[in-house]
Design a protein around this ligand. Sequence first.
Ligand code: FAQ
Length: 344
Amino acid sequence: MLKKSSTDKNQLFVDYFFVKFGQPNKNIYNNMDEQQKLDAFQAKIDAEIKIEPKDWMPEEYRKHLQRQISQHAHSEVIGMQPEGNWVLRAPSLRAKVVLLAKIQDEAGHGQYLYAAGETLGKSRDEFIEELQTEKAKYSSIFNYPTLTWADMGAVGWLVDGAAIVNQVSLQRTSYGPYARAMVRICKEESFHQRQGYEIIAHMAKGTPEQKAMAQDALNRLWWPSLMMFGPHDADSPNLGNGVKWKIKRETNDELRQKFIDKTVHQAEVIGLTIPDPDLKWNEETGHYDYGKIDWDEFWNVVKGNGPCNKQRLEHHKRAHNNGKWVREAALAYAQKQKAKQMVA
Ligand code: FAQ
């Protein structure tokens, strides 16, 4: 018997079952036809009850999540490369320690996300194979080079800033393991955004040359940061199911607008100019209007032809191969420990 819960959302789900199928029980899905299962699943989503790994779910929902979560994980891991480029050239010991900590956090985010993805029945090896054979994507932003120290500021400020806007929203996503991973990731991501803003603010207040470097980093990374949110809603094939199943809680355009609205003021405070002549406050909508995004550039990068796509994947493959002995050793150690426990 499903226990009636005191919370409204569970109540809604239970009520649904009483009305539709009579007394609900633990194996509610067993005697349902396909359409009834889909209806029941949607009722659960609508009641804001999280879907957990062992729950029944439509295959399309599972595939949608495997795609999005693994791409998210790949982005975190590939995203370490542009910043890794500056660890050995950080301008002070403090800057180096902070940058290293941030990059290690990104590796951790990849771990949480791969683990969440694995609960959907696909192994980490399969996910990585898909990345390395270009069947899976990762965020377009990481295919741009990081040319100066100011780029470390711009990446933290803009790229992590954009990532947070999306990830705060994803804390309410319908799949339990993904939502819970997001809660922890968001806490760390806001430290990342601040470390980037600190760097860029410092440079913007520095010598004219340093200020010029900060402005140049903003000029190069502004538009690619807006592209992180994906195509406009009208051109987003995954939007319909994403919203219906509450995987996505806000659309690509809504999130992009949120990011722009909060970032414009941050640029003003440090005396930098957003490189968009069409950027204008709109009294009527209460948002900034912005210029046209170059979608040809976006798709070119997504299809593998950005400035650093090949370099990023080759580096990933090399590091993965070099780390094979570590994975094997860790596995052998774990097996030994397990055998010891069995004997004891
Ligand atoms: N780059 O139908 P939609 C971070 C693809 S984390 C590449 O709109 P959807 C932390 C999309 O996959 C950054 N591909 O797709 C950090 C789809 O192709 P598919 C990553 C993109 O899923 C900071 C096709 O275009 N965050 O930065 C991009 O509804 C600093 C059509 O698109 C996440 O992954 C893109 N920008 O919306 C780390 C958040 N945009 O798969 C290190 C979770 C779209 O059908 C350093 N993901 N595509 O072959 C999401 O929220 C969504 O998946 C979107 C795309 C918004 C990325």
